[in-house]
Design a protein around this ligand. Sequence first.
Ligand code: PBG
Ligand code: ZN
Length: 333
Amino acid sequence: MPTFPTLRPRRLRRSAPLRRLVRETHLDPGQLVLPVFVRSGDAESRQPVASMPGVAQTSVDEMLRDAAAAVEAGVGGILLFGIPTAKDAVGSEAWDEVGAVQQSARALKREFPELVVITDVCMCEYTDHGHCGVLTPSGAVDNDGTLALLARVAVSHAAAGADIVAPSDMMDGRVRAVREALDGAGYTDTPILSYAAKYASAYYGPFRDAAESTPRSGDRRGYQMDPANGDEALREVTLDIEEGADAVMVKPAGPYLDIVHRVKATTGYPVAAYQVSGEYAMICAAAERGWLDRDRVMMESLTGIRRAGADVIVTYFATAAARLLDGGWGGGD
Ligand code: PBG
Ligand code: ZN
């Protein structure tokens, strides 16, 4: 084994063209997914989310403007979250044919047929108590009682034209319930991207402002995963694949890169990683103070997620990152 001075690793780092030549990891705008928050109702509106600079809750038509910018930059997909007009105990607006997500999916498929439309399937934005499932009389989240509702939501999304449905509730058995319902309704070709390893994370704080989905009481630790567990993530992922998931998600991304790597290595399935609201907010906040270079940290964080093994990256930076890549971004050179 040769060593210094025969070996000098710096030789291949000495110029931008050399670095480019041997670069291992590349970001593709077509594998970035932009999450958006759409409010139901007809009035045109755009309400900025204070804790997520550049992100807003919008009406359907305003969302289409953001989608146009994303498509123009080459972004591959969009992830739809809906904010209902009214909430109730079972979240019934979640499967409303003219709900925010259903309307958005139809409009997007009409305007931008090539943009992959992914819909978030969950109850928390729609329930008055803010949990991801319905509650038992004693106030516990009722796993089995929630499955039929999630299935109904997924079918309504597929009917509206969703290209992929993404259940994010973390109820046990939901992937099977969703798969059976989709198949039963004739949507055998609609894939499921399951939020398989979703952690009970404090990094979701800004999202809950954006989606108005903070639980009224208690927290989500009874169904989302303990941040300390890695082996359990592999069990969750295996179960979801056995139940029919076509692709699996790890969430958050940055603090869980070991999980991204293990999931990719052990399953070989398409893996998505979600750079969540708190990861986005931290970078924006530091950049606003002049403490970090926003663009470079953005690209480094996305490159790290990809290097760990993610195929798809869900990120609020999707359009900004795609624009930089389009402009020939080369690892910061
Ligand atoms: C809930 C859901 C969450 C996110 C997306 N869907 C987290 C939660 O409130 O528990 C978080 C996304 C983000 O922080 O960007 N189904
Ligand atoms: Zn939820």
